[in-house]
Design a protein. Sequence first.
Lengths: 447, 296
Amino acid sequence: MSPSMSITRALREAGFAGLVAAGLAFPILTLGTEMDQSNRLVLEQRWSWMAIAAGLVFVGRFLVLAFARKPARAAPHTGARVLSPALAAALPRAGVIALFLFPMVMLFWLGPQGSLKWINNYGVQILIYVMLGWGLNIVVGLAGLLDLGYVAFYAVGAYTYALLSTHFGLSFWICLPLAGLMAASWGAMLGFPVLRLRGDYLAIVTLAFGEIVSAVLTNWSDFSNGKAGIMSIPRITFFGLPFNANENGFAATFGLEFQAIHRTIFLFYLILALALITHVVTLRLRALPVGRAWEALREDEIACRSLGINTVNTKLTAFALGAMFAGFAGSFFAVRQGFVNPDSFTFMESATILAIVVLGGMGSQLGVALAAVVMVGGTEVLRELTFLKQIFGSSFDPSLYRMLLFGLAMVVMMIWRPRGLISSRAPSVFLAQKKSVSGTHVQEGHG
Amino acid sequence: MTRWLSAPMLTIEHLTMRFGGLTAVNDVSFSVGRGDITALIGPNGAGKTTLFNCITGFYKPAQGRLALAREGVARTQDVEALTLSGRRHRDGLYLLERMPDFEIARDAHVARTFQNIRLFSGMTLLENLVVAQHNMLMRASGLSLLGLVGWPRFRDAEKAAVEKAGFWLDKIGLMDRADDPAGALPYGAQRRLEIARAMCTDPVLLCLDEPAAGLNPRESAELNDLLLSIRAELGTSVLLIEHDMSVVMKISDHVVVLDYGKLIADGTPDEIRHDPRVIAAYLGVEDTEEAAQVLA
């Protein structure tokens, strides 16, 4: 195969692509509605926009066809590595050490005011999604059960803490395990009837469950205060010592000057610990019979049954355990925000967490963590790109393009690495040598 | 008297399985002798795999009784008593038609392989064989909870599980590929691995669905040796569906022939070879001489 096509053929194909682009751009870009001075909607025609879009596609397609080397079609990149084995082995340890040092470094570098954004928006926010990703990874990545309503368990955890603390004055440290337990039992309750379903049917029922939880929280005002949500949820305490300026507060007890950042730093370490617990428990379970049964279930459910594995119980434990970690994360979310309402638990959240797991590489702990950094960190970075306002005008808000970029990232991943960032699988037991299993052999599950 | 009549470990009585209007297995009765290699043969669509799926619990039969004795003999009076008691099992005697698939594998110790190989392709050979010992490991690890904190009894059990997996890997000649993914194995090796995985569940009855399908003559001969050694060393009874007559006639003690869901013959390989009904049905030809040649 020659590296490039003939120019005429490239021109023809690029012309076709340009036409398609023009056709797509016509309803989306060309026709727009604007409000005129008397608040009426008027149809605006922007033919130049369509021309620009079609022209860009034409030129781009032409350049790709005429000059880019054709990739070998026979070998999809499913087995290739993104990271060298040595780096992949060193990265988790280095990452954990870096995370432990992160708030301190930021504090000394940028001071209590400047570091707040970094520790809170980047550190805590990303770690919440790392934890949720790891929790969902048990269900989707290991057991191969497609769960589109994972955020429901996150909501159960958040509301458990919010309601128990505001109504009964229970402290966070009592509510944290209760929230996990509550979410786990909801996971089991949902799981029991639906885990007989497989594939698309399971996905749809979990999706519905997520919507039901959100609808109940919105509409059952007596219970959850509806859309208005639950306010003034008690804040986190340092094992009983509140983070305030009082003389029995954290700062005074330890002889420090009171600063708001103390609480943020404590929250950072708390979510770091919770995420690491999720990780360690998952790693250990993978090497235990129940974890191996999850993976076997993902590979072939019928074979599991022929070996005497109770598949319903196995699925149920995966579901309940995944839900439990979402419950922990949920109660953390509630104590961090001090406020919960149903808007935080929409399908978009489930989709984001699922995207993290899929982008990271189903089953890979490191991949999921990297994907969370990219997805959640990326959103935060978009907010930072204020210089773009100078180019596109002051009404330009880069963070509005988040979903567009997500979509683009998904398409790119699908072409480049259809099995996620890290698609290889580490065996849980080995005889002579631990060799990672290429993603091409690993099944994705259908139940 | 033959072993399957004098000392049956599995008795199948009046087994019927219907799919809508189609009767796939129609009033089939036969017994499987302990320590025998029993072959189930018949033309395509005769209901062999359906019968297998009924025995292993993947299908619930419409009618019939399947009684399996883990040890000793499935005596008629015991089977009758158990049937009347309404229970699933008593004193090592199991009524398989009352049990779900995974309990048949776990409690009655009936293991099976599949016509289209079903390995855990993304897991290594060793993992495949360790997963097969799930129930033993679950008990040793306190349902995985005690294993989470490094319970010593679990570590011993895991060591034993790996040792047993090693024994079987050695037996099927795949020791050097223990840490490779099962999906990367060639076809014949996958067949052997699936048998080894089934054996890791400590079965009393091993059900093999066309184990020699797609094997070359040398692999087929190796399979014969493997099955004979399993029977000789572990005393496991084997029930197999097979089209390859060289396998059937060479290693089986007992042959059962199905056609259109009905049992048409049941006897020793020699008897079957000369049974005119089998010759006619199995080959669908009138030319008995040609058929006899193929069956020989």
